[in-house]
Design a protein around this ligand. Structure first.
Ligand code: ATR
Length: 285
């Protein structure tokens, strides 16, 4: 890669940021399209966020991704917000136009594009979503946008579920429940779609969210976890003849939407996916 005086700079703000896969994915995309740009990680401590955003303006950094723990707090330092960022009160992408910074949220759109690519139609579906964190907000919002008939949200911490329910309840039929076996048993009888947005399933020692032998046969089960590529939830679902989707597509597409916002060019999605697969799974699944 040749970096010259004309090379544009993009980056990601996170804390920590060491494990981010975005630099790999975005640099591959710039390279593929022959765009003279580099994308670098910036480890920004929470107390330095305002100065870091001022630095984006001062240094002419063209665009950013934003990750944990800055997605919500960065909002107050930006000039404009897209509709999705405003609704979710969270930003994962920033575009700098001559010092005017606009915040976007590409998580919901990325999730929807990944389902489109997998042939999952949300229209009229009955959905059960686990989790009530930042990811759940974006995914729940996307499910409603995609036309689900209703969205049941289950979370271990019930007050958090209620807060997400309040936000999303303005956009469709949303009901919230605590994570309890007897409750999940009943909910499982009346659904077409299960979505996991919790971190449960990332580590081998993780508990299960519910008894996976009770997954209804032939429904669609989505896990936004991408590593491992097949969580215990997805494995059980596959054995039940369910259509399964993991989180790699969402990761790729949230990045692709960001790339398109910055460059105005169609993102090289397959190149982006290929570098991630190689990095995460050694090119296996
Ligand atoms: P993110 O921004 O990725 O959504 P988060 O805000 O930390 O991350 O949310 C993590 C989600 O995983 C939450 O819904 C959390 O449940 P609580 O709100 O009850 O903490 C869920 N989660 C994590 N570990 C869990 C576990 N062992 N059992 C059930 N849910 C769990």
């Amino acid at each position: 890669m040749k970096v010259t005086g004309k090379t544009a700079v993009y980056g990601i703000f996170g804390y920590p940021v060491k494990h981010s896969l975005s630099p790999l994915m975005q640099n591959a995309a710039f390279r593929e399209l022959g765009i003279d740009a580099v994308y670098v990680p910036f480890e920004v401590p929470p107390e330095s966020l305002k100065e870091a955003v001022d630095g984006v303006r001062a240094l002419g950094i063209k665009g950013l991704n934003v990750t944990v723990p800055h997605k919500e707090r960065i909002v107050e330092f930006l000039d404009y917000l897209s509709d999705d960022a405003e609704i979710l009160s969270a930003v994962n992408t920033v575009k700098n136009e001559n010092g005017r910074l606009t915040g976007y949220n590409t998580d919901a759109e990325g999730f929807l594009r990944s389902l489109l690519e997998e042939g999952v139609d949300l229209e009229g579906k009955r959905a059960l979503m686990f989790g009530a964190g930042g990811a759940a907000r974006a995914v729940g919002y996307a499910l409603l946008k995609g036309g689900v008939k209703f969205l049941n949200i289950v979370n271990r911490n019930f007050p958090r579920a209620k807060a997400v329910g309040e936000l999303l309840g303005k956009r469709g039929n949303v009901l919230v429940y605590p994570l309890k076996e007897s409750t999940v048993d009943i909910l499982l009888k009346d659904i077409d779609l299960i979505v996991n947005t919790t971190s449960v399933g990332m580590k081998p020692e993780d508990p299960v969210l519910f008894d996976y032998s009770k997954i209804p046969e032939g429904i669609t089960v989505i896990d936004i976890i991408y590593n491992p590529p097949e969580t215990p939830l997805l494995k059980s679902a596959r054995k039940k003849g369910c259509k399964t989707v993991n989180g790699l597509g969402m990761l790729v597409h949230q990045g692709a939407v960001a790339f398109e916002i910055w460059t105005g060019e169609k993102a090289p999605v397959e190149t982006m996916r290929a570098v991630l697969k190689r990095e995460l799974y050694g090119g296996n699944p």
